[in-house]
Design a protein around this ligand. Structure first.
Ligand SMILES: [Zn+2]
Ligand SMILES: [Zn+2]
Length: 532
């Protein structure tokens, strides 16, 4: 075994012992000691014991149960002789599992290093000191086990009482906490509030074909906020509805799986819905409506089941089966003459086609026919390719062209000029009002300035368009994603509206194929790319 430097000799040599300061904030509730306090304590200990902290390694936000994180950096530093010791606020910072501590301590000791605690003074060079330290590690491991058990017990208790594991507010409910506003303990419970019927009503609306996006818009337009007082997003609404709380259910982690102790488990299959203690919002009687509790419970269950079915259906429907009516209306152009729009014309009940309007009018173009279903399917595929492209290049850099002036700088200059011109107009108004400027001169000045203002404003609006272009498709990604997800549930008018914000033109060609020009670039995407 490598001989270890004794503590006594290092102190008498007067040369400070280099040490790594390791700071970890445990998430265990009972000992959240701030990093600053840990640092201060370790520094004081170092001064008292002739140590010098050569490096700090902060390891924040870990439970202390796993040895996978930055403590390894500290151990490696000792092995590389960068430092001789690792100083921690408490031994428990070093780890809480018996096995991990033993292995890592052995590594540090093997190269003559040592682990020091700033608050538990133990001389680990003696047998008694080693035993003492061993006890402290044992206590840390025991506390860790116990905290895990308590966590689980709390969960079990809440589950048995039909309460959500994490507590907290839920949309459509008033949450009566365990400690009431008058500081008196009370029964914790959730009761439907005034917003309850509105939230409960969302489920049937979804079943009837309204997607998350229109429902989100409806909530936000009618003043319904989420529990943090913010507007709903369609993701947060989906999460809320899927949780089933409004159906009187709790979404809980199954006890026979991974236990979900360490970190919030995200595996869908590990969760089940169980009845909660709270009343469902689905089927709540509207104002003036009479409904028994049992009747409501039955209705809630039926609508909830229908909702789950509708969710499954949406997930499984392949894109080719999703055909809204006329989502490309107004965006289609003939690719042959490029001068005319292509309109829908009906050749029989089932085969709607796009056809060049010039051909239709006077045969001045040879014309192009494209099946509507083809055009829409390819548009959907184009959306997918846009989403995929942006994912592959998460941070698209704006193109920098040789000699192209910095857009921001140009914009700032234009803004400044606009302010000046506006000030000139105001000034002319004032002078005229004071009688210092005769009418003809006033009108001339004003007309000139107004013309200048118009010109600058036009340049500014063009510039803004340029700016968006320079950023590529990224700013449009949320809209693209929404559309991909909700293509079959959104009303056609909404789909068309979003498409119009993404697409400049869709050109139709015989063959058939289509070419899409997005608003952010003049480069066309061709549906032939897919087959090539
Ligand atoms: Zn799990
Ligand atoms: Zn044409």
């Amino acid at each position: 075994m490598t001989p270890r430097l004794s503590l006594v000799s290092t102190i008498t040599s007067q040369e400070p012992v280099p040490a790594i300061g390791y700071i970890r904030v445990s998430t265990w509730r009972e000992e959240k000691i701030s990093p600053e306090l840990q640092k201060k304590t370790i520094l004081e200990w170092a001064r008292r014991h002739n140590r010098i902290i050569v490096r700090w390694i902060p390891d924040l936000d870990k439970t202390g149960r796993n040895f996978k994180r930055r403590i390894m950096e500290a151990i490696v530093a000792v092995e590389k002789q960068e430092a001789r010791e690792i100083a921690v606020w408490k031994y428990s910072r070093f780890g809480r599992t018996r096995h991990g501590v033993a292995i890592n301590l052995a590594r540090v000791n093997r190269v003559g290093g040592e682990l020091q605690s700033a608050t538990e003074e133990v001389d680990a060079t003696t047998a008694a000191g080693k035993f003492h330290r061993g006890m402290l590690f044992e206590v840390a491991a025991f506390e860790s086990d116990r905290a895990g058990e308590q966590w689980k017990e709390t969960h079990d208790w809440r589950r048995e009482h039909g309460l959500p594991a994490a507590g907290g507010r839920r949309a459509g409910y008033t949450w009566h906490r365990r400690i009431g506003p008058d500081d008196k303990p009370q029964e914790e419970r959730y009761e439907p509030n005034d917003a309850g019927p509105a939230y409960g009503g969302l489920f049937l609306r979804y079943v009837n074909g309204e997607g998350y996006m229109p429902l989100t818009n409806w909530l936000n337009h009618n003043g319904y906020k989420n529990t943090r007082g913010k507007p709903w997003t369609h993701e947060s609404l989906r999460w809320y509805m899927d949780s089933g709380f409004a159906a009187g259910l709790l979404h809980v982690h199954r006890p026979d799986t991974c236990q979900g102790l360490e970190e919030p488990c995200k595996k869908r299959a590990h969760y089940i819905h169980i009845p909660g203690a709270h009343k469902p919002l689905i089927g709540l009687p509207k104002e003036g409506e009479e409904k028994g509790e049992e009747e409501q419970a039955e209705e809630a269950k039926a609508i909830w089941d229908a909702y789950l079915l509708a969710r499954e259906r949406t997930k499984k429907t392949p894109p080719r089966a999703r055909q809204p009516k006329y989502p490309l209306a107004g965006l289609t152009w003939c690719g042959v003459c490029e001068a005319s729009r292509a309109g829908v014309f009906n050749a029989g009940d089932t085969s709607n086609k796009y056809r060049c309007k010039a051909y239709e009018r006077d045969r001045s173009c040879t014309g192009a026919y494209v099946r509507r279903s083809y055009a829409e399917e390819k548009t959907y595929e184009w959306l997918q390719s846009v989403a995929g492209e942006v994912d592959a290049n998460p941070a698209p850099l704006p193109e920098v062209e040789e000699g192209k002036p910095d857009l921001k700088k140009v914009k700032a200059q234009l803004d400044a000029r606009l302010l000046k011109v506006q000030a000139g107009i105001d000034n002319a108004n004032t002078l005229h009002a004071l009688g210092d400027l005769d009418r003809d001169e006033f009108l001339r000045t004003k007309a000139t300035l107004k013309k200048q203002r118009e010109k600058i404003e036009k340049q500014l609006s063009e510039l803004e368009f340029e700016e968006v272009k320079a950023e590529g498709a990224a700013p449009y990604l949320p809209a693209v994603r929404n559309l991909l997800e909700e293509w079959d549930t959104l009303p056609v008018s909404v789909v068309r509206g979003i498409l119009a914000s993404l697409i400049d033109r869709v050109h139709m060609f015989p063959g058939p194929h289509i070419e899409i020009t997005p608003v952010w670039t003049s480069e066309r995407w061709s549906s032939l790319e897919l087959t090539a």
